[in-house]
Design a protein around this ligand. Structure first.
Ligand code: GLA
Length: 371
């Protein structure tokens, strides 16, 4: 199977982030796609939200632009008990070119969480896609670079201490093919594995109470990547690094075999750490699926949602630390920014463009209500 379109060259994460930032800056939503036929005509939206059915925090990402949309806010608060800033806590949003900080958007998200008694999962302290000018200017000066990153971590993790219950400390450390750790601005200046070690130490120092998470994607799709991720975690734990939970993003697509999800989840859990399903969505963009009837795509998607949530709920209770989707409704999904035919009509989320529940929603609801 062709790998999912997250590989460098096929899809630039930076482009997606830039697109999202630009849209948010001009205050537009993403709701331009055409309404789709109703997907689950016989199933009404339950009065209870997913958060009330689940024994674990149920999360969703949210942007500042979305905070201005009353319907979406109501839906988020009904379904979720946790929010994750879509990008407002990333360096590109918070670290100014002159090295100063700008936390206005991040503060808005945090205030929203407080006002609605929602837990806040923050992401990410260090992520290879982030190359803010203030840090790029220090490339090749390891001591100054280290000082700047430490100051940054102190500033942001310190600012939300007591509020961000958990942090993705390092996001996406493993190469897509699983051949090892990524090379990036941070590894160049702080050391190949040491950048991760140091980020966790700085995070711990800045916020002794937050749960510190290592997060990555394709851990179910690419076994070799999962194994490289697990070997990294083993080495980190051996070195006394305070990795306290593992995030598996679970950005899937309907071309995947649903049967890979549960074994991958079980294997990840053998390390003994709690697991967060951190960014679940299931794209319709997959090789050889373009002529598939929509009903079949929806069923495959629901099956993948069911396998991920089922695998998660089969873990020992103390290893289930949170379950988050990356977007509640299709029209706000980040995947609609992907270049290429069809991306703008992708349907990866539990609700459709008109905020009606899809079979994927009922897969989550069924699993959570069964416990
Ligand atoms: C990754 C990151 C998230 C977010 C998405 C794209 O999966 O972990 O924080 O930026 O990409 O929106």
């Amino acid at each position: 199977m062709e790998p999912r379109g997250r590989l460098e060259g096929r899809y630039s994460r930076r482009a997606a982030l830039a697109g999202a930032l630009a849209l948010s800056a001009c205050g537009r939503g993403r709701g331009d796609a055409q309404a789709q036929p109703y997907d689950a005509p016989n199933q009404r939206l339950p009065a209870l939200g997913l958060r009330d059915m689940a024994q674990v925090p149920v999360g969703n990402c949210i942007s500042t632009a979305e905070l201005d949309n009353a319907d979406y806010v109501a839906m988020s608060v009904k379904q979720c008990s946790q929010i994750i800033p879509a990008w407002q806590f990333q360096m590109e949003a918070t670290l100014r070119p002159d090295g100063g900080f700008q936390f206005e958007d991040a503060d808005r998200i945090a205030a929203f969480a407080r006002a609605n008694a929602l837990a806040l999962h923050a992401t990410a302290l260090v992520w290879y896609t982030q190359e803010p000018p203030a840090l790029k200017a220090l490339d090749g000066q390891p001591d100054r670079f280290a000082l700047a990153v430490r100051n940054y971590v102190q500033a942001i993790a310190g600012r939300y201490r007591g509020q961000a219950g958990s942090w993705d400390v390092v996001n996406e450390p493993i190469r897509d093919d699983g051949s090892g750790l990524r090379d990036c601005l941070f590894s160049r200046n702080l050391g190949q594995e040491d950048y991760i070690v140091r980020a966790f130490a700085w995070a711990r120092e800045a916020d002794p109470s937050a749960m510190l998470v290592l997060n990555d994607y394709d851990l179910e799709r690419t076994p070799r990547k999962r194994w490289a991720f697990m070997r990294l975690v083993e080495r980190l734990l051996k070195r006394g690094v305070p990795v306290q939970a593992l995030g598996t993003q679970s950005h899937l697509d309907i071309g995947m075999d649903p049967a890979v999800c549960r074994p991958a989840m079980r294997e990840l859990a053998t390390l003994g750490l709690p697991i967060r399903v951190s960014e679940l969505d299931v794209s319709f963009q997959a090789p050889r699926t373009s002529f598939m009837p929509r009903a079949q795509k929806l069923a495959l998607q629901a099956q993948l949602y069911a396998e991920v949530v089922g695998g998660f709920l089969e873990l020992p209770r103390h290893q289930q630390v949170g379950f988050a989707v990356w977007g509640l409704d299709d029209k706000r999904s980040w995947l609609r920014y992907r270049p290429g035919d069809g991306a703008a009509a992708d349907c990866p989320c539990p609700f459709d463009d008109d905020e009606r529940p899809k079979p994927a929603f009922f897969a989550l609801a069924d699993a959570f209500s069964r416990g």
